[in-house]
Design a protein around this ligand. Structure first.
Ligand SMILES: Cc1cc2nc3c(=O)[nH]c(=O)nc-3n(C[C@H](O)[C@H](O)[C@H](O)COP(=O)(O)O)c2cc1C
Length: 193
């Protein structure tokens, strides 16, 4: 399996407005591949403007916020490039779509890296941040996963949060948990599946 870079991608709407979404970029054979599911704004935007910016951040609250409806994270313009980066990015990459592999569910946009720039120091891996990332992905797939799997994964991820989270990671975890807990309560009450 190829390496996947979990990042926040900026694309441009047909009107030129920046749109941010968490996305895993697949690094394979010299390309970085964006594979957004249909339907999504990221997919629509890439079809109009085949350029994107990948922001690499260690702030788990941004991933948590984006999957729970909080989208107004500050952006910074990039000179000579249309899609802004997250202001909080430790580094960003500017990507140009070189070709598209069509698919009815999940087309693949094969991109070439134009430039990578660093902005702040990366101060090491952290288990709680990784746990928030996993929970954020779970939170985008709640309707596809059985209740038992969601509960057992959350219980496991909670251990890393309890042992290694700082304030920001606890806030991020609580945001994602609140969304997942609300879904689980709906399921129990028979509102969702
Ligand atoms: C860490 C992370 C990685 C994700 N990677 C993908 C991905 O590769 N493809 C995808 O379609 N959605 C992915 N998602 C879910 C999207 O962010 C989510 O569906 C989002 O709403 C995109 O839709 P939008 O472009 O309409 O905003 C990921 C979510 C997270 C938290």
């Amino acid at each position: 399996m190829p390496l996947i870079h979990e990042c926040v991608v900026t694309t441009l709407s047909p009107e030129g407005r920046p749109h941010i979404a968490p996305l895993g970029l697949i690094e394979e054979h010299g390309y970085w591949i964006a594979a957004p599911f249909r339907p999504s704004s990221t997919l629509l935007n890439l079809t109009h403007t085949p350029k994107l910016t990948a922001s690499f951040t260690d702030d788990a609250r941004i991933f948590a916020g984006l999957v729970t409806g909080c989208r107004n994270w500050p952006l910074t313009d990039i000179e000579g490039w249309p899609a802004p980066r997250l202001s909080a990015a430790l580094a960003h990459a500017e990507l140009i779509v070189a070709r598209v592999e069509e698919h009815e569910l999940r087309p693949r946009f094969f991109c070439k890296v134009r430039r990578i720039e660093s902005h702040r120091a990366f101060l090491g891996m952290n288990r709680a941040r990784a746990a928030v990332l996993e929970a954020a992905i779970l939170a985008t797939r709640l309707d596809m996963l059985p209740r038992e799997k969601i509960e057992s994964e959350l219980a496991y991820l909670q251990i890393a949060v309890d042992k290694t989270a700082g304030q920001a990671e606890r806030e991020a975890w609580d945001m994602v948990r609140a969304k997942i807990d609300a879904h689980m309560n709906d399921v129990k009450a028979g509102v969702a599946q």
